[in-house]
Write a protein that binds this ligand. Structure first.
Ligand code: HEC
Length: 451
């Protein structure tokens, strides 16, 4: 008995001194990032699988159906360790590869050393659906999307999506999630699903799948250790594509959240994606200046759509047709066919349909309207949004009013309205044919200053 106890004490001392030799395990530095990256998709305030929320220390400590997730000082008795080690089934993270040994050891060491909460006060997460973000100034807006029925305009805020009446006359609902920033919003054709892509820089990337119009989170899929970009969804809503900072395009199954393909054809960050009409192919653009066409089912590379010029950050597809407009650093929007009319021996520009005029600033967002009068909206750092006739390339109107860069543009489904937003945090709605400003509003409730 004594002997056993002595051995246990000795090994604990040995363990502890080893740790101080390196660095004491920290919840905030070591454990929280593992939970954010691998677990919060299914264990967060709006998706508490088995009653467990791991997004704050207090919630993690409280645990789920099986009680406290950990017992300070007793790693082996802790429910969370039993799950990540597979001693309790299903092994966590569910449906994914087991955590690497070092990460399991990291969690174990933190519990063994007393499971202290060292979250800095200013970093404590106080945001949830019941406590939505509080704003003292309008946030930078990185994405906008009209619902297919034309009733709602979804606006990406900080840690949330704000659903507004499409004419800007009122805030309808706030969809609070984990990602600090969302750079992509896309509705499925039936309007029943809203897909958002983004993340928290240097921590995790996330795809959120929301049931609409209820506004309940159906899935949160965390992937990569950094923000993901340019989320797009097939018309049937089954498949989602995002670009990543590891130079890949990720293809994800919307129903299960499983990653179907990791396409590695790019040589730099992938910033925007769009599916072809039938959803079988995807075009991606990024910092490597390439627009690449890939096969969704196999992940195989099909062809380079463009001749390399400047870094690319935006893409939009013509509604119902496999034509895309791309743009970025070079400031010139190029319209390309996704299909080559003839076999290509060397890189050429036979797929180029038309160039639009050079913009006054780097292009950050593009939109292509449907309807009788097809329009292409080009937005970027120049702050004026130009609207062109997609057939002739002629300038229709120039929408002004933004104080700085515009990062998101969207046409209403009928094509008669254009919404734009960006750095100054205002959403501006224009008549698409004249750029007459119809509505200018701040999409978030602002804190009233106490004066
Ligand atoms: C894809 C979704 C998903 C992911 C990702 C996931 N979990 Fe789970 N987790 C579940 C589900 C579902 C259950 C309930 C399993 C059951 O009881 O059959 C569960 C149960 C648990 C429980 C038991 C909670 C209780 O008290 O009942 C713990 C602890 C846990 N998960 C920890 C983790 C950790 C740690 C990670 C990340 C390393 C993780 N989970 C990732 C879905 C997930």
């Amino acid at each position: 008995m004594y002997r056993l106890l002595g051995a246990a004490i000795l090994s604990t001392i040995a363990f502890a001194s080893l740790l101080t030799a390196a660095e004491a395990p920290s919840y905030y530095r070591d454990v929280r990032p593992i939970l954010q990256r691998n677990c919060q998709g299914c264990h967060q305030p709006s998706l508490k699988s088995s009653g467990l929320d791991v997004t704050t220390f207090a919630d993690f400590a409280r645990g789920g159906r099986r009680g406290a997730a950990f017992v300070a000082g007793k790693a082996a008795d802790s429910v969370v360790l039993k799950y990540v080690k597979g001693e309790l089934q299903p092994t966590m993270p569910m449906g994914a590869a087991a955590l690497p040994k070092e990460q399991i050891e990291s969690i174990a060491a933190w519990i063994a050393s007393g499971a202290k909460d060292d979250t800095p006060a200013e970093a404590a997460d106080t945001i949830s659906a019941d406590h939505p973000p509080v704003y003292s100034q309008p946030p930078v807006i990185g994405a906008l999307a009209f619902s297919p029925d034309g009733q709602t305009l979804a606006v990406a805020g900080y840690r949330e999506i704000l659903l507004h009446k499409a004419d800007g006359s009122g805030l309808v609902r706030r969809l609070v999630g984990q990602s600090e920033r969302l750079n992509g919003l896309a509705y499925t054709a039936d309007g029943k699903t809203l897909v958002a892509a983004g993340g928290s820089p240097a921590r995790f990337g996330e795809i959120q799948v929301w049931d609409m119009p209820a506004g309940t989170l159906r899935k949160s899929i965390t992937l990569t250790n950094d923000t993901v970009f340019g989320g797009s969804v097939t018309a049937d809503g089954k498949t989602i594509a995002v670009g990543a900072t590891d130079n890949s395009v990720r293809i994800v199954d919307a129903a299960s959240g499983k990653e179907l393909q990791k396409i590695g054809n790019h040589e730099n960050w992938v910033l925007a994606t769009v599916f072809g009409v039938d959803g079988k192919r995807v075009v991606s653009v990024g910092k490597d200046r390439a627009a690449k066409l890939s096969d969704v089912a196999s992940g195989g590379f099909l062809e380079n759509v463009n001749l390399l010029r400047g870094e690319l950050s935006a893409i939009a597809r013509k509604p119902g047709k496999d034509l895309v407009v791309i743009g970025g650093e070079e400031r010139i929007p190029y319209i390309y066919m996704m299909d080559r009319p003839k076999v290509m021996k060397i890189a050429d520009d036979t797929t180029l349909v038309r160039k639009l005029p050079r913009q006054d600033g780097v292009i950050a967002a593009l939109a292509w309207s449907g309807g009788a009068k097809e329009r292409i909206a080009v937005a970027g750092l120049a702050s004026v949004v130009n609207v062109y006739d997609a057939e002739t390339g002629g300038l229709i109107a120039a929408c002004s009013g933004h104080k700085a860069g515009v990062y998101a543009v969207a046409f209403s489904p009928a094509g008669d309205r254009l919404a734009a937003a960006g750095f100054d945090g205002h959403v501006r709605i224009y008549k698409a044919e004249s750029c007459e400003l119809v509505k200018d509003f701040v999409p978030v409730p602002l804190m009233v200053s106490r004066q």
